[in-house]
Ligand binder design. Structure first.
Ligand code: NAP
Length: 407
């Protein structure tokens, strides 16, 4: 075994992953330590079994959140951000948002400071998990949510504040727009550059992973210069950068008799509210979805519910320089230290991380073992209360049951 080394980015954006990569982790607050222990056990076992000891992750702990505050007096030390950037790939548990410490959210701060512009959430059904859908197995989608702008950018002013009054004055005198008295005001910036890099990463994901389409989800019929422009810039980047590997829905019927030419991904767009209906009624027609920040927040959680809830939903925040894989739920403080909760979300985020590193066989080993363990119906409390005939096990026991399923 060689010494631990950093993962590096090649000039074309691909990764150079050594056999013993250093991967920083943030354990997280609340239930973080429980689900991190379980996740580390499963990832290490999958790598060990898949590569027979030839590959091994060298974990590097970063004190962030409450641990960061205890050690450094800072919830999000700059050294931690530097370490993530230097090592390219990292994984994190949930973090408490410190109330009244001047931080809107540690998670949002990490995304913004590292310019992790794509929030990527795969949604796929795990057999035996109860779902409200008749055919949840038809759902196989990946949401690419823009992470840095839109109403989420946090540009807003409270009702009656000097700032809100100044903006209202400006709108009245310079733009001829009258707002209702004492309106709170939020700004929705959506830019061509940020849209294009997000949509390009969604198209690359579809091409590299055999997904048939990328749907641009927007509300452009009403918000023409933000959401409508998002769709136009999405089509534009497909034309500019992927002309020979994509085809629009319109071209498909005008030029190709409705048959997708081999090796091409279909680019289509749907109005947001209509897409919510479509993913319920005809889920097999959608695969990769690219969308602005706020729509992405809603559709990711709705889709997670369609396959059985947030407890098992994995996620990642990915930028050009680095990527952070994370549980999508919060710190569930009432379960802190009880070894009780479901570690599935962080474990499946770990599987995404292995895929991203090019260790796809190990990622598949994790997903297959999670599926096999759940089929045995020995699951954590959240699933046990929904699955008939299930036996409740602790977080650590669930992780051990997953490892036991690895061939
Ligand atoms: P939460 O921590 O996600 O917990 C809400 C409920 O979801 C829990 O009480 C539990 O429901 C269920 N749940 C969450 N994780 C689970 C798991 N692994 N296994 C089984 N059930 C799970 O949401 P919250 O209470 O709104 O937020 C608590 C803190 O987390 C806040 O400080 C918030 O800022 C932070 N947060 C962090 C992140 C992040 O780091 N990405 C994301 C969201 C929230 P039952 O009690 O019904 O079983």
């Amino acid at each position: 075994m060689t010494d631990a080394e950093k993962i590096k980015k090649n000039s074309d954006g691909s990764l150079n992953v050594p056999d013993q990569p250093i991967i920083p982790f943030i354990e997280g607050d609340g239930i973080g330590p429980d689900i991190w222990r379980a996740t580390r056990l499963v990832i290490d076992a999958a790598v060990e079994k898949t590569y027979a000891g030839k590959r091994k992750i060298s974990w590097l702990e970063l004190p962030v959140g409450e641990k960061g505050y205890e050690k450094t007096g800072n919830y999000l030390p700059q050294e931690a951000l530097d370490a993530i950037e230097a090592n390219v790939v990292a994984i994190k548990g949930p973090l408490t948002t410190p109330i009244g410490k001047g931080i809107r959210s540690l998670n949002v701060a990490i995304r913004q400071k590292l310019d992790l512009y794509a929030c990527v959430r795969p949604v796929r059904y795990i057999e035996t998990v109860p779902s409200p859908m008749k055919h949840p197995e038809k759902i196989n989608m990946v949401v690419f949510r823009e992470n840095t702008e839109d109403l989420y950018a946090g540009i807003e002013w409270a009702s009656g504040s000097d700032e809100a009054n100044s903006v209202a004055d400006f709108l009245k005198t310079k733009m001829g727009v009258d707002l209702p008295p004492a309106a709170g005001i939020g700004i929705k910036p959506i830019s061509p550059a940020n849209t294009k890099r997000l949509v390009a990463s969604a198209i690359v994901h579809a091409l590299e992973n055999g997904f048939p389409s990328v749907t641009l989800m927007h509300k452009g019929n009403i918000m023409k210069f933000t959401e409508g422009a998002f769709a136009q810039w999405g089509y534009q980047v497909a034309r500019e950068r992927f002309a020979d590997r994509t085809v629009t829905e319109a071209q498909l019927y005008d030029q190709y008799d409705g048959k997708v030419p081999s090796g091409r991904v279909v680019i289509k767009d749907r109005i947001a509210d209509m897409l919510f209906q479509q993913v319920l009624l005809r889920p097999d027609e959608y695969s990769v979805i690219a969308t602005p920040n706020l729509n992405g927040d809603y559709i990711s959680d709705a889709l997670a519910a369609q396959v059985g809830g947030l407890g098992m939903a994995p996620g990642a925040n990915i930028g050009d320089a680095c990527a952070v894989f994370e549980a999508t739920h919060g710190t569930a403080p009432k379960y802190t230290g009880l070894d009780k909760v479901n570690p599935g979300s962080l474990i499946l985020s770990g599987a995404m991380m292995l895929d991203y590193m090019g260790w796809k066989e190990a990622g598949t080993a994790v997903r297959d073992a999670v599926q096999a363990a759940i089929k045995k119906r020995r699951v954590t409390y959240d699933l046990a209360r929904q699955i008939e005939g299930a036996q409740e096990v602790k977080c650590s026991e669930f992780a051990a049951a997953i490892v036991a399923q690895m061939k």
